[in-house]
Each structure stands twice: as C-alpha cells, then as structure tokens.
Ligand binder design. Structure first.
Ligand code: PMP
Length: 286
C-alpha cells in the first residue's frame, strides 16, 4: 500500500512532517510557555470543536498570549489537515507558544506566537481498552496550581502515567489531600453505591474537560442524579462504577483502582450506556 506523506502545519505553512521545524528558542520548548488543544475527529468531522477553541482562547488569555489568528481560521486549518492526511477517526492537535526569543524568563514586548498543528489517527470508537476497562493506580498530584489552563507542561502527568505502566496499570488518577483531582489526561467520575454520578467540581484544580461537560449533560438528560463534588480515594475504590473522560478516550471505563476491583471487574452498565450515548451524539450532531 502506498504510504501517505504526513502533512503538518507550522506558522502559515502546510509541510511534510519531516520538513517542519521550529526554533530551538521557542518559549514552548524552553519554558513550557505554550498551550494546546486536542479535538477528536470521527468520520473526518471535528467533535465539539467550538468548545475546544473557546477553551484555547481562555488558556491564551490567562497567560497573556495573543491569539495569532482567528478561531475560524484555526478551524479551517484543522479541516484542511484532516483532508490532506485523509483522517477519518483520530485527533487534531493545536499548540500555540508565546513565541521565539533569546532565552530569558521575561519575554520581549514584541513577540509573535508560534502555532503548530498535526493530526493523529486513532481508534476512538472501539479501542480494546474501552472494552476491557482500564486499571488505574492513584498518584500524588504534584502539578502546578493552575490546572484549568491547558499548558504543555505535562511532565507530572507523563511521570504518573509511566509509574502506572511500571505497575502493570493503564493510567494514574491524581490525588491531593486524599481526594482525586482528575486523571493524568482525563476527568475522573464514579458511580456511587446509591447510583449517583460524582465528579469533582470545576475550579483551578482541574481542567474543565469538554468531554466532561458533554457527559454531564447526557447524565442529566438520562435522569441520572449528578453531584459535582470531590471524592476520596476510598470512595473511588468502593464505587459501583468508575470511568474517565477525555477527547482521546471519550468515556473510558475503569475496572480497577489500586488493585481493588470496581463492581464486578467489568465496565459498568451506566458507564457503557453513557459511552454509547456520547458516541451516538458525537456522530449525529456533527
Ligand atoms: N484533564 C486533563 C489533565 C487532561 O489533560 C484532559 C485532556 N486533555 C482532560 C482532563 C480531558 O479534557 P477534554 O475532555 O477536554 O479532552
């Protein structure tokens, strides 16, 4: 089969990935001074992209980085990358750094942001992990305190994931003062013994997940009782069901937390129903 050339976008140019480059003085590279978004794509169509672009704009605002082009122009480029790479199911990544400058903690007044975008193909509808359910371990949340800003400073999350893998697990849920904040790249949910859906309330402690928001709306419309409140590790381990949400996973069932089986050790019925509904809605409304 003919190997397709991967096309990426860098600062105004659509290029083969091998020819794309960015300065070694990019502040995203030197200081993690950059924000990003990951939008899922089904059948070549972006899911909930307006919400992702709105969050991108909020992240940039919080750091005082200028939007280098309009949000609609960003969407046009995302769509062109989907087409050029013949992407059906997968994700589109957008990253904007403050720009390039001599290495200095302080940036010059006149600095132009760098913007890069690329696509990744991914089985989002029925990945084996969603059928089997994820095994999760908890880990201390050692991140900075503005987790509502989606920055590329993801080392703490990478280390937590690596630790989970070392322990034979699929992911880590992060914990602060005994309470789960969120997954390393997801929002964390449980279904309590009483059948109530519980996820941490929005604050600077967690990312305001786009999938989280969609799932809460599905749950409410399905007459599920919902509580936005922190839950402890003990509560999570005793839950009837657990799952994680994120654009790269949709709704990922969790079947084990710290070696403790959740429910009967299989993805729970409420979780599966929400996952199904999410995929249906995403396919329908877009
Ligand atoms: N929390 C964290 C820390 C994340 O990295 C992500 C995914 N980027 C999420 C939650 C889920 O957010 P979303 O549903 O918008 O992908």
């Amino acid at each position: 089969m003919k190997q397709m050339m991967r096309i990426v976008y860098v600062n105004g140019h659509f290029l083969p990935a091998r020819q794309a480059s960015i300065s070694i003085f990019d502040r995203g590279l030197l200081f993690g001074d950059a924000v990003y978004e990951v939008t899922a794509c089904l059948d070549g169509r972006l899911i909930d992209n307006a919400a992702h672009l709105e969050r991108l704009s909020r992240s940039l605002d919080a750091l005082g980085i200028d939007l280098p082009m309009s949000l609609s122009r960003i969407e046009t480029i995302q769509c062109r990358l989907i087409a050029d790479n013949e992407l059906t199911d997968g994700i589109v990544y957008v990253q904007i750094s403050r720009g390039t400058g001599e290495r200095d903690f302080l940036w010059p007044e006149a600095i132009t942001p760098n913007i890069i975008m690329f696509t990744q193909s991914k089985n989002l509808r029925s990945p084996p992990l969603a059928d089997r359910g994820a095994r999760v371990v908890t880990a201390p949340d050692i991140r900075w305190k503005r987790r509502d800003i989606k920055t590329t400073g993801l080392l703490a999350q990478s280390l937590a994931k690596a630790k989970a893998k070392e322990m034979g697990c699929d992911d880590a849920w992060l914990v602060e003062s005994g309470y789960v904040t969120e997954g390393s790249s997801t929002n964390a949910f449980i279904v309590t013994a009483a059948g109530k859906l519980k996820t941490r309330a929005l604050s600077e402690d967690i990312l305001s997940g786009i999938t989280r928001r969609a799932v809460l709306s599905i749950a409410t419309r399905s007459q599920l009782e919902v509580e936005e409140a922190a839950f402890s590790v003990d509560e999570a381990m005793a839950a009837k069901e657990a799952f994680a949400t994120g654009s790269s996973y949709f709704v990922l069932p969790v079947v084990e937390i710290n070696s403790s089986q959740i429910g009967d050790g299989k993805p729970g019925p409420i979780t599966n129903q929400i996952r199904q509904r999410y995929i249906e809605l995403a396919s329908l409304t877009l």
